[in-house]
Ligand binder design. Sequence first.
Ligand code: AMP
Length: 393
Amino acid sequence: MKVISVNAGSSSLKFKLFQMPGETVLCEGIFERIGLEMGTSKFVVGDKKEKTELVLADHSIAVNKLLENLITKDVVKDLKEIVGVGHRVVHGGEKFFQSVVINDEVFKTIESCNDLAPLHNPANLIGIKSFTEKLPNALQVAVFDTAFHQTMEKEAYMYATPYEWYQKYGVRKYGFHGTSHRFVSERAASLLGKKPSEVNVIVAHLGNGASICAVKGGKSVETTMGLTPLAGLPMGTRSGDIDPAIVGFICEKENKDVAEVINMLNKKSGLLGVSGLSSDSRDIGNAILAGHERAKLANDLQIKAVADAIAKYAVYLGSVDAICFTAGIGENATKLRKNVGNRLSLLGIEIDLQRNDIRGKEKIISSDNSKITVMLIPTNEEVIIARDTFELI
Ligand code: AMP
């Protein structure tokens, strides 16, 4: 049984085709620069990689090319072999607490969440439409970034803002990266030889976007992102939490409107904004070695925020069985993991330097004396999407 997991962005379409239930990856790739003058496609089948330049007028053309390629590259003989398509959907508001089969009503409900994620949800819906047209016999499934966090208590998800904002517009914390937090916390339980319901885990998903989640007995109880993915930790280009009064202050000082300032908080802040150099933590690391002070400051702000959030969540959980690092930075930045560990010595955390000298592999990186086990667990959002789709089939 073949299931494809899809992540449609505003100008990109990422996919992975799985043979289920074994979860073998048959083919994966990405279409980028959709809607621009010239686009690109990347395909990986086994150890064969192919990159092509082509015009991709819209998402439906990219889906056509994808399916065409699956046949010509002999990955599938007949498109009917693909029985399920799992779509990553960023915002499900308060409407979805688990993955669902997409029908007209679900489609409309996702559409009604568009104002909560105006950059992401419309693109996700275009992906759903295109695959529904091209693969009418396959089950279309929506897997939400927000769903895993729907178990948070009101004290964790409400803001101390006028209550009517919540009632009228749904202003509350939703949280994101849910599929990643779910996958990593389940793997952590398994590595500890326990069920997810038996352990408390803190997951630090540190990529270009970054969030931390407190998982109690398999359920999300707190997370750093909020109504939107702008909140929480400083990220590649996002500010994370700031005093909200800064928005009005800068609007006045620079004669800008709110949308412009929010755009700067999304695209020109974080590592990029503070360092003035780059949003990529590898560039920041190299600049620190060359003595660049603002690169060091950008890095320090991120490390402090990560350690602060973990400490806060340890208190909220009461006891912690594992702290897990994942995503591009979490899986690769050995120094950052070490520095975060050092800041958490009060919790009895001790990172083992030799064990921590590793990238992208599942491993315990704390010492045997550490009071809390610290792990590196590579995330795998696509497999969760494929698993949920397969289960719904
Ligand atoms: P993601 O969003 O999960 O793909 O993560 C992307 C981020 O991971 C990039 O911005 C890089 O800063 C970071 N990253 C990837 N590889 C490394 C590495 N070897 N060392 C440090 N950071 C890395």
